[in-house]
Design a protein around this ligand. Structure first.
Ligand SMILES: Nc1ncnc2c1ncn2[C@@H]1O[C@H](COP(=O)(O)OP(=O)(O)OP(=O)(O)O)[C@@H](O)[C@H]1O
Ligand SMILES: [Mg+2]
Length: 265
C-alpha cells in the first residue's frame, strides 16, 4: 500500500493501473504506467484530490478508468473495496465540455438522473430545488441551456451530477473554459460543496494555482505515460479570498508543484 491506511477500506484505491490505447494506425499509446495510491475514507469530511499534470499526460485517462468508462490494461480500481468494472451511480463525472441536454430546461436537466430511476415528481422537486439553490441557479430553473453562460452550464452539470449523491465526484478540467472571475467563483462553490455534501472529489487540472486552492491532496503526474511524481498534502488555508493567492504559504506550495512539473522530467 502506498500510504498510511492501516486495515481500513479506502474510499478509493488504484492498484498498479496501466492503460495503453491502440491508435487508429495500430500503434500502442501508453497513457498510464503503474499509478498506485489510496484515498482514505474520512466520513464527515469532504475531500478534494487533484491530479495535476501536463497536457496529454494521461489525466483524463486515469479519471475515465475510475469512472469505469475504459478498462485498465493492467491493475484495478476499487471504490469502497469493490472493483470497478463499468460505470456506476456511486461515481458521477463532470466533463470539460458542457454536457447538458439542449431540449430540457435547467430543472429538467438536474432531475434527469432521478427521472431515469423512476423517482416520482413529488420527490424530485424538493431535491432539484435544493441543488438549484446550492449552485445558485434557482432563478434560472426554467431556462434552456442555450440561454445560459458557460459558468451557468457548468453549474447545471455539477448539480445534475450531485443530485445522484455519488460517493466520488469526478471532474475533468471542468472550469478550463471559464473567465478568471467565474472560475474563481466556481472554485469557491466547489469547496463549499465538498464540505456540505461530504463526498470525495477527484479533480483534474493543469493549472497549478487551481490545484493549490482546491486540493487537500495533489498527485503530480509526469509527462505521458502518467506516473505519480509526488503526493503533496496541501495545508489548510483558512481564508478563501483572492489575497490568499499572494500569501507566502500559498506561493510555497505553488513553487513546489511547479518545480516538480517542470524541473524533474
Ligand atoms: N482513444 C484513444 N486512442 C488513442 N490514444 C488516445 C486515446 N485517448 C487518449 N489517447 C492518448 O493518450 C494520451 C493521454 O490522453 P489523456 O486524454 O488522458 O491526456 P490528458 O492528460 O487528459 O490531456 P489534456 O490535459 O490535454 O486533457 C494522449 O497522448 C492521447 O493522445
Ligand atoms: Mg484531459
Amino acid at each position: 500500500m502506498s500510504d498510511d491506511l492501516k486495515g481500513a477500506v479506502p474510499k478509493l484505491a488504484i492498484r498498479d493501473l496501466h492503460v495503453t490505447y491502440r491508435s487508429q494506425h495500430g500503434e500502442d499509446v501508453e497513457a498510464v504506467r503503474g499509478i498506485d495510491f489510496s484515498i482514505a475514507d474520512k466520513p464527515g469530511t469532504g475531500e478534494v484530490v487533484v491530479f495535476l499534470g501536463p497536457s496529454g499526460c494521461g489525466k483524463s485517462t486515469v479519471l475515465k478508468a475510475v469512472a469505469g468508462l475504459l478498462p485498465p490494461s493492467k491493475g484495478e480500481v476499487l471504490v469502497d473495496g469493490v472493483k470497478v468494472s463499468g460505470v456506476g451511480r456511486d461515481r458521477g463525472m463532470v466533463f470539460q465540455a458542457y454536457t447538458s441536454f439542449g431540449w430540457l430546461n435547467v430543472r429538467e436537466n438536474i432531475e434527469y438522473g432521478l427521472r431515469l430511476r423512476g423517482v416520482p415528481r413529488a420527490e424530485r422537486e424538493p431535491l432539484s430545488q435544493r441543488y438549484l439553490e446550492a449552485v445558485g441557479l434557482s432563478d434560472s430553473a426554467k431556462k434552456y441551456p442555450k440561454e445560459l453562460s458557460g459558468g451557468m452550464k457548468q453549474r447545471v452539470a455539477i448539480a445534475r451530477t450531485l443530485i445522484n449523491k455519488p460517493k466520488l465526484l469526478l471532474m475533468d478540467e471542468p472550469f478550463g473554459a471559464l473567465d478568471p472571475q467565474t472560475r474563481w467563483d466556481m472554485q469557491g462553490l466547489l469547496i463549499d460543496i465538498s464540505k456540505s455534501e461530504d463526498n470525495t472529489i477527484l479533480f483534474v487540472t493543469h493549472d497549478v494555482s487551481e490545484a493549490v486552492y482546491l486540493a487537500d491532496t495533489v498527485f503530480v503526474l509526469s509527462k505521458r505515460p502518467a506516473q505519480i511524481l509526488e503526493r503533496v498534502d496541501v495545508p489548510v488555508f483558512n481564508e478563501r479570498d483572492l489575497s490568499l493567492k499572494s500569501k507566502p504559504e500559498f506561493r510555497d506550495v505553488e513553487k513546489h508543484l511547479l518545480d516538480l512539473l517542470y524541473k524533474k522530467q
